[in-house]
Write a protein that binds this ligand. Structure first.
Ligand SMILES: C[S@@+](CC[C@H](N)C(=O)[O-])C[C@H]1O[C@@H](n2cnc3c(N)ncnc32)[C@H](O)[C@@H]1O
Length: 273
């Protein structure tokens, strides 16, 4: 099975689990079964005020690693595109921020996530949204389309990140902003982690080094690239996300102490691009 199929299968299952139980399976959205700790990457990303009025299923389906719309400064009337929109939480929050004169689009390759997101938008009564099926490596939208491209814990899942950044650049209007939450690493990561498909689909193994991330954005044409850590994962967090994936956590977790982080990444498409 190739990596994209493995990713699709993992998130199809996550969407089915939310649909059936209202909870997102192994991440379990900050409310884990008793005896288990909340997922260090996906839990407690949104404050109560921000998610007030959203359907619980949209909140429970959150599998991001940050809160891009809280950091992106969206303006009324803007067009926002969310790459890998999942259950739709950031699309619904974007729709609220841009108001009735703006519009928020979600793009996802997984049918089950698209169905969940459309249902969440219906329950939320939000109409200035649209969920599109497609891959972030081949965005099904014209050039110079969006004011802002957001994404939450998805780009690390892509095997061809250069292609994703090139596509994000293409669909942004000149002067448009990229505002992404993602897992990134600082320094060398043991090869057992990099080789694990399970850790890739869990948003860990495919994470780029922070310097490589910035270099790839610059190569795609972006300027004003900035990266701000929002969570840095300590040894106990590393044990949490490495456990159960065939890795010797006692050996490997100390080696990645403080190396994995969630970061908010900003960049801009130059006005004259
Ligand atoms: C970790 S979840 C994050 C979902 C959402 N952004 C959130 O914060 O809850 C990853 C999502 O990205 C989608 N995805 C992963 N790789 C993709 C790709 N190459 N093209 C389109 N969607 C992709 C998956 O189907 C899944 O819904």
């Amino acid at each position: 099975m190739d990596i994209k199929e493995a990713v699709r299968e993992k998130y199809a299952q996550a969407a089915r689990t939310v649909g059936e139980s209202g909870c997102c399976g192994d991440a379990c959205c900050g409310s884990p079964p008793s005896g288990r700790s909340p997922d260090p990457i996906t839990s407690n990303l949104y404050d109560d005020q921000q998610i007030q009025g959203l359907p619980p299923e949209a909140v429970h389906a959150s599998l991001g690693c940050g809160n891009p719309t809280a950091l992106a400064r969206l303006n009324p009337g803007e067009i926002v595109l969310d790459l890998g929109s999942g259950g739709g939480i950031d699309v619904l929050l974007s729709a609220k921020a841009v108001g009735p004169t703006g519009k928020a689009y979600g793009l996802d390759m997984t049918d089950e996530m698209l169905a969940l997101a459309r249902e969440n938008a219906r329950k939320a009564g939000v109409t200035n949204v649209e969920f599109l099926k497609g891959e972030i490596e081949h965005i099904p939208l014209p050039d110079h389309f969006a004011d802002v491209v957001i994404s939450n814990c998805v780009i690390n899942l892509a095997a061809d990140k250069d292609r994703v950044f090139a596509e994000a650049f293409r669909v942004l209007k000149p002067g448009g902003r990229l505002a992404v939450s993602d897992v990134v690493v600082r320094g060398e990561v043991p090869s057992e982690i990099r080789r694990s498909v399970e850790l890739w689909v869990g948003c860990v193994a495919g994470a780029l080094d922070e310097a490589a991330y910035a270099a790839k954005l610059a190569k795609a044409g972006f300027d004003a690239v900035a990266m701000e850590p929002t969570r840095i994962y300590d040894i106990e967090d590393a044990r949490g996300f490495l456990a159960g994936h065939g890795i010797d956590v006692d050996v490997v977790a100390p080696l990645v102490r403080g190396k994995f982080m969630s970061a908010f990444v900003r960049a801009r498409k130059p006005v004259r691009a």
